[in-house]
Design a protein around this ligand. Sequence first.
Ligand code: BGC
Length: 289
Amino acid sequence: MTAANPADTEHGLPEKPAPFCPVLNILQGQKALVTGGSSGIGKAIAINLAHAGADVMINYLSGPEKAEAVAEEARHCGANVVTHQADVSKEDQVEGMFAAMVETFGAVDILINNAGLQKDAAFHEMTLAQWNKVIDVNLTGQFLCMRAAVQAFMRQGIRPEVSQAAGKIICISSVHDIIPWAGHVNYAASKGGVMLMMKSVAQEVAPQRIRVNSISPGAVRTPINTEAWSTPEAYAELMKLVPYKRIGEPEDIARAAVWLASDQSDYITGATLYVDGGMTLYPGFETGG
Ligand code: BGC
């Protein structure tokens, strides 16, 4: 039994049951890299990929013990899981991480481009440092990792024993790749950039049988947006934006990522999958217009 999820403890829910280890693992033998994998959505994806049979490298920026705790949980069904410290916005560190991936696992089959952050400010007060930091991590970081992954996939070609595709990339974007977001202009610009970067790369590398897609989460219970869900008042406000009337959990995103990384979705490339409880359905129009 793993330790209680802090969110569960807070909401009086019981500890999570031990993970179910499927007999037929849809990612068996695949090698996956998850950036920003020590918390939030990245953590859930790393664990779920491993429980679906993939060997996983968990990238993190700081806090090695947190990353190691995620790796421990991910190993439950027998996968090989390692951690790797690197800043995704630094070219040399990204190159080093992919070299470590090949050295450790001998291949790269799946990249989950997840590392991301917010530096919120009113637009007229936004500093260049706040702008640059968000673009560097959320957009340039995804570019650097995606380029290194595509190079690795091209070198490898298809590994028919594990997948029909030569490689899969999943960019973790946001509903704010399409919903404008006042007070978060740097973040929305970075995610809008991710969307067309993803589609353009998908178009370019499809002939090499490399699939590139995005998952765009809505409001998900993670540390990035604690103030949006941690009090009853904030939660009620948030629900006005969510037709499905519940917050997303990291596992909602992770389940979609496992499927999108597997051959179950082999004909899908260049797609944005909104996993948002309907947040992109113009909820302001629920009662008229
Ligand atoms: C942001 C969250 C926000 C959600 C919905 C995400 O991309 O990181 O802070 O709650 O979008 O607005």
